[in-house]
Design a protein around this ligand. Structure first.
Ligand code: ADP
Length: 304
């Protein structure tokens, strides 16, 4: 059993680039197309793998060509496919992303097989791990049930509450860690989060609901962490951001890698903060995901 189980989604992301996105009833001719691996769970599992973590991805794909391509991609990046399930009754998750000349995007996601991953399958896949990481791109009630069941079995649990959705109170009580960005922290707590002071208030509220430690990321505005003996603000690295897509997934993957490696929590957060910063300096998500060598170098430079 892997030390880290990342339970979550995979989406084949199809990018269509053109002068402008189509409006209702309209067909427009684009000038670029590419296919990329996406889905928060998959991205985070790969980000943790790139950091050298012993990680398994617990997810569900359709028995179709996009599912085959995902398996081939995991083999290329060296991520074990042992915990990945296939479902012939559903399609692999897909996302269609239209990008216009201004770089604005419109996205439609059809989750398909991601919604077929059951609580029992999540628990089976993550049973015996030191830490199980979740996001909210699978069936919400299955995620909630699995978090509670795994925590009761002594597995540490981490939730990246994206996309934000109201959570049952027992989920908070069974989370070792929660890692919202500022928008998700605001959606969960009702506290408008516009900086570190607000983030501390939102994190306090999440801890009051029963979470062990709340880690609120503020993009280029730093990270706030409250709980498990911490009350810390970690400033963002001063980098030139080229593409912030997937920064939260890279941060989360590196954070989980640090936790299962047994590092102190603050060091894990600082290290993840360096991984997130590296990722925003490059375009794409997987292509922008840093490995352990460069993250360690950035972390050493940041500490110096
Ligand atoms: P999400 O991608 O979930 O919206 P954030 O935007 O908060 O998450 O980014 C996650 C992490 O990525 C940040 O905490 C930080 O470590 C890093 N990051 C994001 N944007 C920047 C930036 N402009 N400069 C430096 N680091 C950044």
């Amino acid at each position: 059993m892997s030390r880290l189980a990342v339970v979550g989604s995979y989406n084949a992301s199809m990018f269509f680039r053109g002068e402008r996105a189509p409006g209702p009833g309209e067909t427009v001719i684009g000038d670029g197309y590419w296919l990329s691996a996406g889905g928060k769970g998959s991205n985070q599992a790969i980000a943790a793998k790139y950091q050298g973590a012993d990680v398994g991805f617990v997810g569900k794909l359709g028995a179709d060509a996009f599912g085959d391509e995902a398996i081939a991609m995991y083999c290329r990046v060296g991520l074990s496919t042992d915990l990945i399930l296939r479902d012939g009754s559903a399609h692999t998750g897909v996302a269609g992303i239209f990008i216009d000349a201004e770089g604005a995007n419109r996205i439609m996601v059809c989750p398909g097989a991601n919604l077929k991953l059951t609580a029992a399958e999540m628990v089976d896949g993550a049973r015996g791990a030191a830490l199980a990481g979740f996001q909210l791109e699978n069936d919400l009630s299955a995620v909630a049930e699995a978090i509670c069941a795994l925590r009761q079995r002594g597995v540490q649990t981490l939730l990246d509450p994206a996309p934000a959705a109201p959570l049952p109170v027992e989920v908070y009580q069974n989370l070792s860690f929660i890692k919202p960005n500022e928008h998700e922290a605001a959606a969960l707590t009702g506290i408008a989060v516009q900086g570190a002071d607000d983030a501390f208030r939102a994190a306090d509220e999440l801890v009051a609901r029963g979470v062990g430690c709340a880690i609120v990321t503020l993009g280029g505005g730093g990270v706030v962490a409250v709980g498990r003996g911490l009350r810390a603000f970690v400033p963002a690295l001063d980098v030139r951001a080229a593409d912030t897509t997937g920064a939260g997934d890279v941060f989360c993957g590196a954070l989980m890698a640090g936790i299962v490696a047994g590092w102190p929590l603050l060091a894990s957060i600082e290290y993840a903060n360096c991984a997130g910063a590296l990722s925003v300096t490059r375009m794409g998500v997987l292509e922008a995901t840093p490995d352990r060598r460069e993250t360690e170098a950035a972390y050493a430079a940041w500490r110096a």
